[in-house]
Design a binder for this molecule. Structure first.
Ligand code: SF4
Length: 438
């Protein structure tokens, strides 16, 4: 019995975890092929394990396609979805940060075909990064995670707590791994945390600076550090905080440093000012001869794929409106704005839950239009959708390509079989039928 059982076991040594944008590529999974079940997972964090195991848990899955709240088969759902998009004057195509690159491409073709709006979560999470980059005031000092792991001896997390959001970021890319110039791993590195709240990260940080949001916060600290790095003499005594001075001094003495900036900065009040001030600090460090990079902490596992695709195809990172001459205008062509101004008249949502993540008033306006949803899981959005397609879980039940947070493309494996088509297949069917009638 035993050898036969063994024959049925398949081991994948380098599976890529499709939960967060770290895309850890060292996950070992053993599969009972006969039973189509995952038997064991090694190296993934709890988020990753939960994501892989979600394939075998039926409670949260969408079981059948639905049309107007009633169960239907895929063909009926497909006809209804196509009929909605066919008559739509300007549909919104949104989500896709939890989809593979190939699915993102097909969705983009639908947006082009229908002259609709194509937007992704980046539009809400990191929208202040790009206008600052576009101004070109400061160069974008950036590096692959492997370069940071090899070289960095000073690591800063600013408005970010990877222990909660990206649990293996510290061990794979920043603080703990052995690098070419950090051969003793954590012994050769120092961690600095700058945040408005204390977190677990404080325990492993050499320096922890708590930001007071009421006093100009992060922007003021970044600006003060920049002036200290530049050696300005006229800094008013009132500006001095000993810890800020010590940290600025540490940054200046780094061999190579990385500042990982999180949503605590990007999604906060006056984010634009803060991002600009951190850019200026990184620029000042580089001009003083200290190699430093600024690295935005991306969340969803393939948000970078969506950004790369849009940049390649249109030159813009998110929020593109194919009905206009000027495709990209943050505040006009971006998802929240086109819904609030009632410019779109149907929505095709892929792997996102706007009814949990959008402001209430915006979500309410979404209810006024027909929604087509493609998702493996039930969510508040399923209840408000005219058409719901259950899909395979990308990277667990369907293979795909995803881009790590630093832009490195990686292949996601199909680990187990499932009864549902991939989001790419559903999008291809929708696109095919729409193309016939346009
Ligand atoms: S850190 Fe992210 S990618 Fe890595 S195992 Fe955890 S959830 Fe998966």
């Amino acid at each position: 019995m035993e050898p036969r059982e063994k024959e049925r076991e398949k081991i994948i040594e380098t599976a890529v975890c499709p939960f967060c944008a770290c895309l850890c590529d060292d996950v070992v999974i053993s599969i009972d092929e006969a039973g189509n079940k995952i038997k064991e997972i090694r190296n993934a964090c709890t988020f990753g394990v939960e994501k892989f195991l979600s394939a075998g848990r039926s409670e949260r899955r969408i079981k059948k396609p639905r049309v107007d709240g009633k169960e239907a088969d895929y063909e009926v759902a497909l006809e209804k979805a196509v009929s909605i998009l066919r008559v739509a004057k300007k549909p919104l195509i949104y989500g896709l940060s939890n989809s593979g690159y190939n699915a993102q491409q097909v969705a983009l073709e639908i947006a082009k075909l229908k002259k609709g709006v194509y937007d992704i979560s980046e539009s809400i999470c990191h929208n202040f990064l790009y206008p600052e980059l576009k101004k070109g005031e400061y160069p974008f000092y950036y590096a692959l995670l492997d370069e940071i792991r090899d070289n960095a001896n000073v690591i800063v997390y600013w408005g970010s707590n990877p222990i909660e959001s990206h649990p293996r970021h510290l061990s794979k890319f920043s603080l703990y791994p052995v690098g070419r110039y950090a051969m003793k791993g954590v012994m050769d590195r120092e961690l600095i945390t700058i945040d408005v709240v204390e977190s677990e990260l404080k325990k492993v940080s050499r320096w922890f600076l708590q930001v007071n949001p009421g006093t100009g916060g992060d922007a003021k600290i970044a600006d003060l550090m920049k002036r200290l790095v530049k050696g300005e003499k006229d800094i008013a005594a009132i500006d001095f905080d000993t810890l800020v001075v010590k940290i600025a001094d540490r940054l200046k003495r780094a061999f190579y440093g990385a500042i990982f900036v999180g949503l605590g900065v990007f999604s906060s009040e006056n984010a634009s000012r803060k991002v600009k001030a951190i850019f200026a600090l990184v620029d000042a460090l580089n001009k003083e001869g200290v190699k430093f990079v600024m690295f935005p902490m991306k969340g969803h596992f393939n948000v970078m794929g969506a950004v790369q695709l849009l940049l390649r195809e249109t030159g813009y990172p998110f929020g593109v409106d194919f009905s206009r001459n000027r495709l990209f205008e943050p505040g006009r062509t971006t998802v929240l704005d086109v819904i609030e101004r009632e410019e779109v008249d149907a929505a095709l949502i892929i792997g996102a839950d706007p009814f949990s993540s959008f402001p209430k008033d915006t979500a309410r306006k979404l209810c006024d239009m027909p929604i087509i949803l493609i998702d493996p899981f039930e969510s508040p959005t399923t209840q408000f959708s005219s058409v719901v397609f259950p899909a395979a879980i990308t990277g667990v039940e369907a293979e795909e390509i995803a881009y790590r947070m630093d832009g490195l493309p990686l292949k996601l494996e199909k680990i187990v079989n499932c009864e549902y088509p991939s989001d790419k297949t559903i999008l291809e069917r929708i696109h095919g039928k729409l193309a016939e009638s346009v």
